[in-house]
Design a protein around this ligand. Sequence first.
Ligand SMILES: [Zn+2]
Length: 208
Amino acid sequence: MHSPVLSRLAAVLALAVSSFTAQAAVPLADVERAILPVAAWGGTPADPAKARRHEITHVTLHHQGEPFKPGTDPQAYLRRLQSWSRSSKGWLDIPYHYIIDLDGRIHAGRDIAYAGDTNTEYDPKGHALIEVVGNFEEVEPNQKQLDAVVDLMAMLAAKYKVGLDGIQSHRDYSDQTVCPGANLYRYVQEGYFRQKVALRLAQEQVSK
Ligand SMILES: [Zn+2]
């Protein structure tokens, strides 16, 4: 690069690239801090004596599987889900560890230290379970939801040292379900989440 114009251009481009990556990367510690705790939506903790403890080795994506109308209060939904999980299903708690609402906010569900529950044949022990509200057989996920899935998957992958291969969805483990729905599954199948998570983890390394 002999031309001063070209080298100035290269310097400007390098700066633009570095400021873009710096802006795009919310530290994963901030992602974790922003998770709304169970107490925030009026939930009650599970009984530790009945819990099946586990170590996280996988991150697994689900959808609600029912329409989530705009304007629905996610906190009321979570309270209903907790009560249904315990009284109708006899489960310890909400089956999922994290629930992502229409605005991309992440709510804590079941304590991550406890294995989840399922209506299908796979054993969710070792899986960090993420639920996105809505039915993605019928609607498309919005960008805030997709961004929140990436943030949360990256945070979990970093914290529990889950490799990219360990990032999958419910139907990858079960023939009994279409969960997380065709329109969300596409992002799993095409590697969108794994690619974005890899980028996110790389950015986290650079900023340290
Ligand atoms: Zn599922």
